[in-house]
Design a protein around this ligand. Structure first.
Ligand code: BT5
Length: 321
């Protein structure tokens, strides 16, 4: 009912629709229409009312409500079901629990804030209001050794969404960072469960600093982190960002070859001197390319090494001859 009311108001955006017409189209009393208008206002929709003219929608909500994501969503499979949470510990955690209980591919979990947002290796991810904190359930038919490609695919799709909706073109630092002039704009955390050599599910967690001001970041991140708002000077339509991300990602799945080309085009790591910290050891050398599994190829003193997981620090801007 509320959704239908919203759809009618949206299709007449800016103009009044009389209470009488709304009650006729919805098949409910005018008092019931008024109750739903109040509920929509509580969700952040700007709806003006006039005793003579009726109701009109003047401002969309700022929240990432399912109705906002679904309105204009062009992807066929991804994001068709949205689990929306005002506040949660971590959307990845919720998505993992849902996936383990049999939730199908494509379900999207979104939260306005996270109290225990996670980065890789148990690190924290700061998730104040105004960002985009999402997790997507995938059930890809990919051999486990090619899973890294999905993180890279998500990074490319996220970069495209930033370009499309905010005019911001981030670079990608292997494997999962979206950067603007060295500051972190977004990160990706891929988690999965496998049985033997078959993958049961994969949860793709994406965190984007969308409409965050410098003071929204904890002090230790200021100067290191950036947001779409800080980069473009404008607030981004977060729902449009999510829709574009889902559409781009769907187009690249299951990790098509073209992803590696798109990734290379945005890479800030290739051709640079890097230090890669892995569990237990560190590799130094020049980042050469990605291999077909998404591993980073690094030329070291001992030859070329394929790095599957690790933290990259760029040593300098010296290009490889
Ligand atoms: C990442 O880890 O970059 C993965 C971040 C994934 C977050 C999403 S949000 C939705 C979903 N639910 C979750 O619980 N997680 C996912 P990593 O490469 O380990 O980077 C973590 C490091 O980035 C931290 O140690 C901080 O230094 C820095 N950091 C933390 N919060 C940040 C933020 N909001 N913006 C920029 N940098 C941040």
């Amino acid at each position: 009912m509320k959704e239908t009311l919203l759809a009618v108001l949206k299709s007449n955006r800016g103009s009044y629709v009389s209470g009488e017409e709304l009650s006729r189209r919805l098949g409910v009393s005018r008092t019931a229409v008024w109750k739903h208008v109040k509920a929509l206002r509580a969700e952040g929709y700007g709806i003006e009312s006039s005793p003579r003219l009726g109701y009109r929608l003047v401002a969309a909500t700022d929240l990432l409500l399912p109705a906002e994501i679904l309105d204009g969503l062009l992807s066929a499979r991804l994001g068709r079901r949205v689990v929306y949470l005002d506040d949660t510990v971590s959307t990845n955690r919720v998505a993992r629990e849902l996936a383990a209980a049999g939730e199908p591919e494509g379900t999207l979990v979104l939260a306005e804030t996270q109290t225990g947002g996670r980065g890789r290796l148990g690190r924290n991810w700061s998730s104040p209001a105004g960002g985009i904190w999402l997790s997507l359930i995938l059930r890809p038919e990919l051999p486990p050794h090619r899973l890294q490609l999905l993180t890279l695919t998500a990074a490319v799709a996220a970069a495209e969404a930033c370009e499309d909706t905010a005019g911001v073109s981030p670079g990608i630092k292997w494997p999962n960072d979206l950067l603007c002039a060295g500051r972190k704009l977004a990160g990706i955390l891929t988690e999965g469960a496998a049985e033997a050599d078959r993958l049961d599910y994969l949860v793709l967690g994406v965190g984007v600093n969308a409409n965050l001001q410098e003071e929204d970041f904890p002090t230790e991140l200021r100067g290191q982190a950036t947001s779409l708002l800080l980069e473009s000077g404008q607030r981004v339509d977060r729902a449009a960002w999510v829709r574009k991300f889902l559409l781009s990602l769907e187009g690249y799945l299951p990790a098509k070859e073209v992803v590696r080309e798109e990734w290379r085009r945005r890479a800030v790591t290739l051709g640079k001197r890097v230090t890669v910290k892995m569990t237990g050891r560190t590799v130094e050398g020049t980042a050469l390319d990605l291999d077909e599994t998404g591993a980073l190829l690094v030329r070291t003193e001992n030859g070329v090494e394929a790095v599957l997981a690790g933290d990259v620090t760029l040593k300098s801007d010296i290009k490889e001859e």
